[in-house]
Design a binder for this molecule. Structure first.
Ligand SMILES: *Cc1c(COP(=O)(O)O)cnc(C)c1O
Length: 387
């Protein structure tokens, strides 16, 4: 194996105070252009899941590619409007929308609320009534199968809090008939995250087709099908697979989803658009000899990137500085938690104090999930073009 990392960041940026996120904007642009081009082939609409990365510069670039937004909070809606996203392209999901968030979304005239329960439908109807508005809603259906890389990022099974059970459709549609301020426009699904097996999406298509049949049999028109996000990236080998296989991903939906005349298909991609363009750059503070391993204690912690601590997620770690003999290291942060570990028994060239390490594929659910635990500063962001 090549001991020198292929991936490089510009020299001036290597001198910046650590830790920081580094974003490769060329890769971001390339990823977005690829996804958009492939989706356009079938007139599919992409909504970017803002929660994956809500950094202003990243959002502006995404908007520049003509991609719409998928929000899960009132503040995300405010943010994307500020950035210049089209309100008519915003979809708004979430199991716990508060009254002010619903009101804000209505004032903003977003495209659609993705509703997750009867209780929520009733509240939205009542708030829309007060505002004298009719709002579009889609039903988030729980397709009831297991998908995704980790229990916490699996959303499509019965025992989690997301979505409406298909068995409830009759009651839901009866409820909707009594809601004069709501307009039913479609169905929404989101089955989980970091799904790399395209077969899982094929299964989703088949479920969606079955559920659509119920609507067809009840003579209810479904104008919009939103199949959510969840498409994965290659955390193991970001250099050889910097962009997910969008051509086959979209092709699969076109092939297996029953798309009626005039029906529009929507996607909510987060991770697959932004994960690979971001890295967390950190400096080694100390090397500490343990019993079975050497610890490399770095200046980034779980407050900067929580995925390894929260989901046991794997991120490739590289040493930019050293070309020495390979050894195993456990890479840990300075936070007072044992879970503050970025990787165990990682083969790195001999690592010393002040070496720069790069934690790859950190553009999604990295910076957005940063916290100030231990009163640490939030990580900064630097870009490939600000030299
Ligand atoms: C998080 C989320 C997404 C994006 O998921 P990715 O795995 O990042 O593509 C899409 N839709 C909804 C409703 C979500 O909650």
């Amino acid at each position: 194996m090549d001991s020198i990392a292929k991936f490089k960041i510009p020299e001036p940026i290597q001198k910046e105070r650590t830790p920081f996120y580094y974003y490769d904007l060329d890769l971001l642009n390339h990823t977005l252009a690829t996804a958009k081009k492939e989706a356009d082939k079938y007139n599919f609409i992409i909504h970017y899941a803002v929660k994956a990365n809500a950094n202003d510069r990243i959002l502006k670039i995404i908007r520049h590619h003509g991609i719409d937004a998928d929000c899960v909070s009132g503040n995300e809606i405010k943010k994307v409007i500020e950035i210049g996203f089209d309100p008519e392209g915003i979809v708004y999901a979430g199991v716990g929308k508060t009254d002010w968030e619903i009101e804000l979304a209505m004032e903003t005239n977003i495209f659609c609320f993705n509703c997750e329960s009867i209780a929520e439908i009733k509240v939205i109807n009542s708030l829309a009534g007060k505002a004298g508005k009719t709002v579009n809603i889609a039903l988030r259906i729980n397709p009831n199968f297991r998908a995704g890389a980790h229990e916490y990022i699996t959303t499509g099974v019965e025992e989690n809090k997301f979505g409406i059970h298909p068995g409830e459709l009759e009651i839901i549609m009866d409820t909707l008939a009594l809601c004069p301020n709501l307009k039913f426009v479609g169905l929404h699904f989101h089955i989980g995250s970091q799904i790399t097996d395209l077969n899982t999406f094929k299964r989703l298509c088949i479920r969606v087709n079955q559920i659509q049949e119920w609507f067809h049999n009840h003579q209810i028109i479904v104008n919009h099908i939103n199949v959510g996000g969840g498409f994965g990236v290659d955390y193991n080998d970001p250099d050889n697979h910097p962009v997910s296989d969008f051509p086959n991903y979209f092709k699969l939906f076109n092939r297996f989803l029953d798309i009626g005349p005039g029906q529009k298909v929507h996607f909510e991609l987060g991770r697959s658009l932004v994960a690979q363009c971001g890295s967390l750059i950190t400096k080694v503070l100390y090397i500490k000899k343990g019993i079975n391993t050497k610890f490399a204690i770095v200046d980034a912690g779980m407050t900067d990137l929580i995925r390894p601590a929260l989901y046991q997620a794997y991120h490739k770690i590289e040493n930019f500085t050293s070309t020495g003999k390979q050894e195993y290291y456990t890479i840990v942060g300075p936070i007072c938690e044992s879970s503050d570990t970025f990787g165990k028994y990682i083969l790195l060239p001999e690592t010393n104090r002040n070496d720069l390490l790069c934690i790859r594929s950190a553009g999604a659910y990295g910076e957005t999930m940063a916290s100030r635990y231990n009163l640490r500063d939030l990580p900064r962001a630097l870009y490939s073009d600000n030299l």
